[in-house]
Design a binder for this molecule. Structure first.
Ligand SMILES: [Zn+2]
Length: 267
């Protein structure tokens, strides 16, 4: 028997939402493992999990739920996450796919909320296009490490909620054609993408809170910013400055790209 008494203040609809809603998580390492863990602790019961990779030693620094034994056995990440959910939920419905997200598109299009924790700009763009096609709320998380002027490093995390009809990643300035072109030109030379477990935890927490708000109308009165940034150096989190330049509704998608039953990825 579930005991949600300590989180029932969030909204009486939460229990119903967690049983009915299907959540998709694309990418299960850095941010994705935090998201799955939190969703399971909340009490969500319906999942689509997607990641093509197996667990390695290097993932143990950032992937919640993964163990040394998983790394030694090269356990698929989807299996690690499925085990974690089953350890917390008595009767979950889990569709787990060891493969690229597009290979499980048929399952993902039935989700009510999609979380994306992927490595590339191109994947973000394609997943957003897919989410718009099927009118699914998409919440993307990620983090960046860059050189600061003082020679140190700037560590930042971000959350982008791409909602049907709301600002998309392109019109909010999160991704652009220049980034896509540079990424395409550097294909195969991306190098190591730094990950910090605690920064992933911060942005994943914000992403899950955003989803809870969407599913239950918890706040109801205040529209949450769709683009949130976290600066680890100053310990500040808030609306991304880019949002201030978004003045009109998203017109980046044609009518044929929204609400059709067929989806053809760009990339
Ligand atoms: Zn747009």
């Amino acid at each position: 028997m579930d005991d949600h008494s300590r989180q029932s203040f969030l909204n009486p609809q939460l229990d119903r939402a967690m049983k009915a809603c299907k959540v998709g998580v694309i990418g299960l390492s850095g941010g994705g493992s935090h998201i799955v863990t939190q969703l399971a602790h909340y009490g969500f019961d319906r999942y689509v999990l997607c990641d093509p990779k197996t667990t390695e030693r290097k993932h143990l620094h950032r992937m919640l739920g993964a163990t040394i034994a998983d790394a030694e056995a090269s356990a698929p990440k989807v299996e690690v996450m499925e085990r974690l959910i089953r350890g917390l939920r008595p009767h979950p419905e889990i569709q787990a796919f060891k493969g690229e997200w597009i290979s499980c598109a048929a399952a993902l299009k039935d989700c009510d909320v999609l979380f994306a924790a992927v490595d590339t700009v191109g994947a973000r763009r394609d997943i957003e296009q897919f989410a718009r096609k099927y009118a699914i709320a998409l919440i993307d998380v990620g983090m960046d490490v860059s050189r600061a002027n003082d020679g140190g490093y700037r560590v930042a995390g971000r959350v982008f909620a791409s909602l049907p009809g709301g600002p998309c990643m392109q019109c909010a300035g999160f991704i652009n054609n220049d980034m896509l072109a540079k990424e395409a030109a550097a294909y195969g030379m991306a190098g190591i993408r730094p990950q910090v477990v605690s920064v992933n935890g911060v942005v994943a927490s914000a992403a899950v809170l955003y989803a809870i708000d969407l599913l239950t109308g918890k706040t109801g009165k205040v529209a949450l910013p769709c683009f949130i940034t976290f600066d680890a150096g100053s310990m500040t989190m808030g609306p991304h400055p880019y949002l201030s330049v978004v003045t009109s509704p998203c017109e980046c998608f044609s009518s044929s790209e929204i609400g059709d039953a067929r989806f053809v990825p760009i990339g």
